[in-house]
Design a protein around this ligand. Structure first.
Ligand SMILES: [Zn+2]
Length: 260
């Protein structure tokens, strides 16, 4: 029994492939950390070595290992002793978890890898907007254009165009009427999401994001952690809602069946 369990855990092909995906995801999460740090600051995305954000010292090889280095350094820079943000190990772990989830999803879907890249882009957008209240064009525009090419290749260009125009258009109207709440970054983000998800799901993304943003804002205001005047990073909620719809596409049907 024990030997069977051990042989299952260590030698079963799905376990090994999940473990490999998890490790690749950790590395991807580590890259996402660099992206989230550098993109909003306008720093180059080239292959320059990562450095400590406080003392700017370049990181050694051991300090670049995802997750492990955070535990090994006990959350502090080895040089200046300043605490390392918990965001770093969190995003590395998130990268690992979503990559395994991706490996188990999209079976039989053409161009499965594109959805993994889209997932990483959504994570980057979510955390950049959360921290800097901006959504970089350098992420949304390339993913929007690449999405159109990808969907044209799949023979689904009409659906992608409708989704993109409707997603961007609806939010553009909202921004026109209510310019304080959202910006053009959100418009481009929802257009990008619409290209991949199609017009049927775009309204549910908007609905879910609004619902979550309102709930979180009310909770934070009640806890006195936020005032009514603070901006809400709506892009974070749009990206999260798109992630949910991407991995749980049956959600709208379940939701509308339950309220009928
Ligand atoms: Zn340092």
């Amino acid at each position: 029994m024990i030997t069977e369990t051990i042989s299952f855990v260590f030698f079963h092909p799905s376990v090994i492939s999940h473990l490999l995906l998890f490790l690749c995801g950790l590395a991807a999460g580590s890259f996402l950390n660099v992206l989230i740090h550098r993109l909003p600051r306008g720093e180059a995305m080239g292959f320059s070595r990562s450095h400590c954000p406080s003392c700017r010292r370049q990181l050694g090889a051991l300090e670049l290992i995802p997750l492990f280095s955070f535990l090994w350094l006990r959350g502090k820079c080895r040089h200046c002793g300043r605490p390392i943000s918990l965001r770093y190990p969190f995003i590395e772990l998130l990268g690992g978890v979503v990559t395994v989830l991706w490996g188990m999803s999209f079976s039989g879907t053409t161009g499965k890898i594109v959805y993994l890249l889209l997932t990483y882009a959504l994570i980057a957008v979510a955390f950049i907007d959360l921290e800097h209240k901006i959504i970089p064009n350098r992420l949304t525009i390339p993913f929007l254009l690449a999405g159109l090419v990808f969907m044209a290749w799949k023979g689904e260009l009409p659906a992608a165009l409708t989704g993109g125009l409707l997603g961007g258009g609806v939010l553009f109207l909202i921004v026109l009427c209510y310019p304080k709440g959202m910006g053009m970054g959100d418009v481009k983000l929802l257009a990008m999401i619409g290209v991949y998800l199609g017009w049927e799901r775009i309204f549910f993304v908007l609905f879910l994001a609004s619902l979550l943003a309102t709930a979180v804002a009310l909770a934070l205001i009640a806890a006195k952690k936020m005032t009514r005047k603070d901006p809400i990073p709506f892009g974070t909620f749009l990206a999260f809602a798109a992630f949910i719809l991407l991995y749980f596409p049956d959600l709208p049907r379940l939701f509308f069946l339950s309220i009928r």
